[in-house]
Design a protein around this ligand. Structure first.
Ligand SMILES: CC(=O)SCCNC(=O)CCNC(=O)[C@H](O)C(C)(C)COP(=O)(O)OP(=O)(O)OC[C@H]1O[C@@H](n2cnc3c(N)ncnc32)[C@H](O)[C@@H]1OP(=O)(O)O
Ligand SMILES: O=C(O)CCC(=O)C(=O)O
Ligand SMILES: [Zn+2]
Length: 474
């Protein structure tokens, strides 16, 4: 039924099996636009746009730290070889992410070699690697050629007791040592507390203040277990914003489905950098997905997001990663989901045909995608059918189109009608009207014409088959 923009690399879905109308390029009434920018006189302002009064708000001033090649490698089904890592890094760079974060070079010899290989690509995106708060890891990291090192250590009582077993004074001392060492190499350094939302607030603020004073480039907050809600994220980032002068990064797991909303709130509270991965892949259910975050921030400020990123590449990148980790792009994925820009119910279809902004907050064309209206089903309406009649160049009155629509619904009650089915019905209806064999409401005459049409088509198929057989035996 729906187009599947994410199933392959072809620019448009196979329309032969679709009950849909491709509206790309179809004129909008009075030259109106999508309306997100308020150019059509109906949408006066964007309700998702940042509030002018909110001086901390970074919703239109942020950087993406793309972690498909670090957090994403922690997804249970991710096993990236060097070639795949390079392809993903190049695609993310072409998309325009500001940073690409790579697995620790301490993880394995191949991880170290891959890190070096990606650093040698000379990409525009800055390359980071992600290490434990440990001098052994730091020594290896600074030799790889990375632009920056992301240092992390758990500060919650869970992790202090059951992971590394270190207390806050040891953590602080080691953090100072590692940060100073990385900085001494002229490399950007970030310090992050793992499991921040289950850590003691005083511990957090005190260590962030310490590392800020010694010149860390960024501090990071991590919702490692995905327990935080938007209000908690806002409060913690807002508090931290008042304590440190450096940039603030946030890393949000999606265990309760909050990762995009939490990222948005973090930006509202003054965060400067958001961690993402393509399709959100990572440990367990992963982190803030790149595509979902882009959709959310585009809704807030389309021009800003369009100016930063090559949005038409999103589908290609998602397909690349989906294939690499052997998953499908989810049907409800923002932007690239199977039916993200397909409209079905008659009420929606009518309004969309008049002005796409009625039921769309994202413009498909900004993402290199196409809008469809599905009509071969029982929820269709005469306005949607009329648009197809016009596309086919048929001349029918509104009464006649309503009559034909009633027939489509009757047939769709038995089985969904393909685009071909709908087109045939409309053509038969049209020629019946033209020849005088049919008038509005003549159900039996219409049934007879449709029967004749089916038989004729059947005969044509038979003739084709016979010709083929003759040709084959000749
Ligand atoms: C929440 C996150 O996603 S953080 C990032 C997770 N990323 C990774 O784990 C990268 C892949 N990991 C690896 O390849 C390995 O775990 C390595 C190379 C890092 C360490 O391997 P091993 O030495 O065999 O240790 P192992 O993985 O069993 O345990 C982790 C060790 O790191 C210590 N550790 C855990 N977190 C930290 C930290 N943030 N800073 C410093 N040390 C830490 C633990 O105490 C433990 O030390 P131990 O050797 O004294 O037991
Ligand atoms: O380094 C960070 O900020 C985050 C580490 C991580 O993946 C997590 O805590 O979930
Ligand atoms: Zn994580």
């Amino acid at each position: 039924m729906c187009p599947n923009p994410s199933s392959d690399s072809a620019p448009a879905p196979n329309k032969a099996h679709m009950t849909a109308i491709d509206m790309t390029g179809s004129p909008r009434p009075n030259g109106t636009s999508n309306g997100i920018n308020g150019t059509n006189g109906h949408t006066k302002h964007n309700p998702y746009a940042p509030r002018a009064s909110d001086f901390l708000n970074n919703v239109s001033n942020f950087k993406i730290i793309e972690s498909t090649l670090r957090e994403g490698e922690q997804f249970a089904n991710a096993f990236f070889d060097t070639k795949t890592k390079i392809a993903i890094a190049k695609a993310l760079d072409a998309f325009g992410v500001e940073y690409i974060e790579l697995t620790s070079p301490a993880a394995s010899e191949q991880s170290r070699l891959d890190c070096e290989a990606i650093c040698r690509l000379g990409l525009k995106s800055k390359i980071l690697t992600h290490i434990r708060c440990h001098m052994d890891d730091a020594r290896i990291a600074v030799e790889t050629g990375v632009d920056g090192v992301d240092v992390v250590i758990g500060t919650s009582s869970y992790l202090r007791e059951f992971s590394h077993g270190k207390d806050m004074s040891y953590i602080t001392k080691t953090a100072i040592e590692v940060i100073s060492f990385v900085k001494s190499k002229g490399i950007e350094v970030r310090f992050s507390t793992e499991d921040s939302f289950r850590s003691d607030l005083v511990d957090l603020l005190s260590i962030y203040q310490t590392v800020d004073k010694i010149g860390v480039n960024r501090v990071g907050i991590a919702d490692t277990v995905g327990c935080a809600n938007p209000r908690q994220v806002y409060d913690l980032v807002r508090t931290l914003r008042g304590v440190v002068g450096c940039d603030i990064e946030i890393h949000l797991h999606n265990d309760t489905g909050m990762a995009i909303a939490n990222a948005y709130c973090a930006l509202e509270a003054g965060a400067t950098h958001i961690d993402t991965s393509v399709l959100g892949i990572g440990e367990r259910v992963g982190i803030t997905p790149l595509g979902g975050l882009v959709a959310c921030l585009y809704a807030a400020n389309p021009e800003y997001v369009k100016s930063k990123y090559n949005l038409a590449m999103l589908r290609e990148i998602e397909n690349l990663v989906a294939e690499a980790v052997e998953v499908n792009v989810p049907f409800m994925n923002p932007i690239t989901g199977y039916c993200a820009f397909t409209h079905k119910a008659g009420i929606h279809a009518k309004a969309i045909l008049n002005n796409p902004s009625t039921y769309e907050i994202l413009k498909p064309e900004d993402f290199g995608l196409t809008r469809y209206v599905s009509i071969g089903h029982r929820l269709t309406g005469w306005n949607a059918v009329k648009s197809r009649v016009e596309q086919l160049g048929l001349k029918l009155t509104d009464e006649e189109i309503k009559d034909a629509t009633a027939k489509i619904k009757e047939l769709a009650d038995v089985r969904t009608q393909s685009m071909d089915d709908v087109d045939s019905l409309l053509r038969v209806y049209h020629s019946g009207i033209q020849s005088g064999e049919l008038a509005v409401g003549q159900k039996e005459a219409l049934d007879r014409l449709l029967r004749q049409h089916r038989e004729a088509v059947g005969r044509e198929r038979l003739d084709d088959t016979q010709v083929t057989v003759v040709a084959a035996s000749a």
